[in-house]
Ligand binder design. Structure first.
Ligand code: NAG
Ligand code: NAG
Ligand code: NAG
Ligand code: NAG
Length: 261
């Protein structure tokens, strides 16, 4: 029970220690998404209440965590023999470029995100985990090395970036934990399910695809496969009309990391 409450505590805003507001009303980027935040804090409150009544139970049991599956067009499942190693919420930007053709679609040139350890949340409170990307999207990342994910207290577990256009890379080695390093290639992609968030403040062009990535040579920590699911935001406008030569679109997502058993 202690650990479950600890997880709930990790999901609270730092600002909770200030008695009246669970988050600073000025902190969310756009007030339009206050409904999202309110749903989050209501869910949290009920978890804390449930935790008080819960008998001692194994917590942070990764075998209990179930990765979300898009119902209409699922991604291929993790390969046989792999086990879950880590779950993180990624918060950052998708980067795009535009040329002079205003009717062309923006060109994806990679992404950059800070990863926050959500492993215990995934195994203990999956419903809360599923709203976290959209909640996190409402708060700007002020620094790529920001220690915890606003408005939660989830702690940084690494960084996501692109080594080149085709190599999304995850570095999960930090001073706190060596989880592994994984340069990846894309194996499969399905559109974000209908009803996925539009973007920050509820305004935008929808959520980036769900992905299955395969770790390439140079991976460590036995990391083999990485999934990006429950995406929130990140899509560019359909065309380059009115867009600058380079721009970023805010996004967040769940990343699930699988290793050799
Ligand atoms: C952080 O990640 C490690 C490795 O996946 C996991 O064992 C640990 O339970 C995680 N901690 C939290 C608070 O999620
Ligand atoms: C991208 O980086 C990967 C990993 O370093 C490398 O194997 C691949 O050849 C590079 N591709 C290009 C087009 O440079
Ligand atoms: C995806 O992975 C499967 C299983 O390893 C493989 O058979 C398939 O060719 C891969 N597809 C792509 C597009 O990489
Ligand atoms: C795109 O991503 C890089 C990190 O890979 C970042 O430094 C850069 O400022 C981003 N934005 C644009 C508009 O290129």
């Amino acid at each position: 029970m202690f650990s479950r409450l600890w997880v709930a505590a990790a999901l609270y805003a730092v600002a909770l220690s200030a008695p009246t507001y669970p988050y600073s009303t000025g902190a969310a980027e756009r007030s339009a998404e206050m409904g999202v935040l309110s749903e989050y804090f209501q869910m949290l409150a009920s978890k804390v209440q449930a935790g008080k009544n819960m008998a001692e139970a194994p917590v942070c049991d990764l075998s209990k965590a179930v990765m979300p599956v898009a119902s209409t067009t699922p991604l291929p499942p993790p390969s046989a023999g792999l086990t879950l190693k880590h779950v993180a919420i990624g918060r950052g930007t998708q980067n795009y470029t535009c040329g002079t053709d205003a009717s062309a679609a923006p060109f994806a040139v990679g992404a950059m995100a800070t990863l926050y350890n959500s492993t215990c949340v995934a195994s203990t409170y999956p419903d809360l985990l599923s709203v976290l990307p959209n909640v996190a999207l409402q708060f700007d990342l002020t620094d790529v090395n920001q220690a915890s994910l606003s408005p939660t207290n989830l702690l940084i577990s690494g960084h996501h970036y692109f080594q080149n256009l085709t190599t999304p890379t995850f570095n999960l080695d930090t001073a706190a934990m060596d989880i592994g390093f994984a340069p990846c290639s894309k194996n499969n992609s399905v559109p974000a399910p209908a009803g996925s968030p539009q973007g920050q403040g509820g305004v935008g062009h929808g959520s980036v695809a769900w992905l299955k990535l395969i770790a390439e040579d140079g991976a460590t920590g036995d990391l083999e496969e990485v999934y990006r699911v429950n995406t929130a935001g990140g899509n560019p406008p359909a065309t380059c009309a009115g867009m600058p030569a380079a721009f970023e679109v805010q996004y967040a997502a769940e990343y699930w990391f699988f290793k050799k058993a």
